[in-house]
Design a protein around this ligand. Structure first.
Ligand code: TRP
Ligand code: SF4
Length: 400
């Protein structure tokens, strides 16, 4: 049950660019080959900072999903859905809120940071303060264990772990836990003894390797019911059931995709190349990029380190081409347009299959709607399973 499950979300920002592709989407497409994955449009999150600008939320979400599909995120492998269509996120958010200290939310670094940085926005709302808790609910409602995020999101994952730990501690306690856990352990049959040994190794020596092995024994035991599983997960590390497992951040190694001006590629810098950019437009954008200001004339030598085209060669060009750039630039042996051509070719080549995939979805918008509807159904079913456990643990419904 707690086998690895990957979850990540993105605010609906509309069409994606190469920065999204190299920084996030390529990674998602790889992860879907390795684990069950859930990827969602975090439309409620958009409201936490932009509640008065809602006209484009839905359309931007669809555009974004189209570009996820263009990037190779595959609906047959990953579950693609929209947050607001899975009300269980909101229910868990509300229930978790009951036991979440205000101080935990006020201490999240992005809280004060963003209030200062986005001083033109109204961020003194309950929704904005609660947004990391909503993120915790996004993650925990699927009992996700791996969350691919950027560095800036790590404090949110840390807080999610604390929320889960506290939940399990408060609501996973049972008066006769020990006896029930021992009974559950006996159901492991031939693995029962090994499980006990590993549990002891973890509890006495803090051997986390042993904890992992104990967990995989529990994971592999198909004969166990949900509650026995939770007891055994809890039993291997403490004295309560683990209803909500603690997730880990999967840090994507920072790929700083350079933009057209040498800064990191970002919509707000207006230096992007969209995944749906036409070859003519890619060509034009690269050809008009600034270069080393020292190369006023074709005969002036230049320095790639001072040129925003060079970081693109570092992303796209092989070693010999990079050598050709270095030498050609230093000696004025090549012109800047000549130098840019391999980058243009590489980007056009990279985008070609994406533009091809996108065309189907632009021609038949119903296709995307179907993919999303199907993903929402699957997500709701998974979330509902967790919510049943959560409601029962909190005494809102009888245990199954
Ligand atoms: N907060 C994330 C961001 O702004 C988006 C997000 C919302 C998310 N819920 C999530 C990411 C859950 C990972 C897991 O980028
Ligand atoms: Fe930049 Fe290439 Fe021109 Fe050198 S030759 S200044 S690296 S574009």
């Amino acid at each position: 049950m707690f086998a690895d499950r990957v979850l990540s979300g993105m605010r609906p920002t509309g069409a994606m660019h190469l920065g999204h592709y190299h920084g996030v989407l390529k990674n998602w497409a790889r992860l879907q080959e390795e684990h069950p994955c859930l990827f969602f449009v975090a439309d409620w999150h958009a409201l936490t900072t932009h509640y008065e600008e809602t006209q484009r939320i839905s359309a931007d979400g669809v555009d974004m999903v189209i570009d996820w599909l263009a990037s190779g995120v595959d609906p047959n492998k990953a579950t693609i859905f929209i947050q607001s269509r899975v009300p269980q996120h909101a229910e868990l958010f509300l229930l978790l809120a009951m036991a979440t200290p205000l101080g935990w939310l006020e201490r999240v670094p992005t809280y004060k940071d963003q209030q200062q940085k986005l001083s033109d926005r109204d961020l003194s709302t309950y929704g904005f303060l609660g947004y990391p808790l909503m993120q915790a609910a996004d993650i925990l409602v699927y009992r996700s264990t791996l969350v691919p995020v950027g560095e800036d999101q790590v404090p949110h994952i840390e807080m999610t772990r604390e929320i889960a730990r506290r939940f399990n501690h408060v609501f996973g306690a049972e008066p006769d836990f020990e006896a029930k856990a021992k009974a559950a352990a006996r159901k492991l049959g031939g693995d029962a003894k090994r499980f006990e040994e590993l549990r002891t190794q973890y509890q006495q020596e803090g051997n986390t390797e042993a904890l992992m092995r104990a967990r995989s024994i529990v994971n592999a035991a198909a004969q166990l019911g949900v509650e026995d599983r939770e007891r055994l997960f809890g039993y291997s590390e403490g004295a309560h059931r683990v209803i909500l497992p603690e997730p880990a951040a999967l840090l994507t190694k920072v790929s700083r995709m350079p933009g057209l001006d040498g800064q990191r590629m970002a919509k707000s810098y207006k230096n992007t190349i969209a995944l749906r950019e036409e070859p003519e437009s890619v060509t034009k954008k690269i050809r008009t990029m600034p270069t080393d200001p020292a190369r006023v004339r074709r005969t002036d030598p230049g320095e790639p380190e001072r040129c925003p085209v060079w970081p693109l060669h570092q992303v796209y060009s092989d070693e010999p081409t990079q050598q050709w750039v270095q030498t050609g630039c230093h000696t004025a042996g090549i012109g800047c347009l000549e130098c840019k051509q391999p980058v243009i070719d590489a980007i056009v080549r990279e985008l070609a299959p994406m533009r091809e995939r996108v065309q189907r979805f632009l021609d038949q918008p119903a296709l995307v709607q179907d993919i999303v509807a199907d993903g929402c159904d699957k997500a709701r079913a998974m979330a509902e399973e967790t919510m049943h456990e959560v409601r029962a643990a909190m005494g809102l419904v009888p245990a199954r």
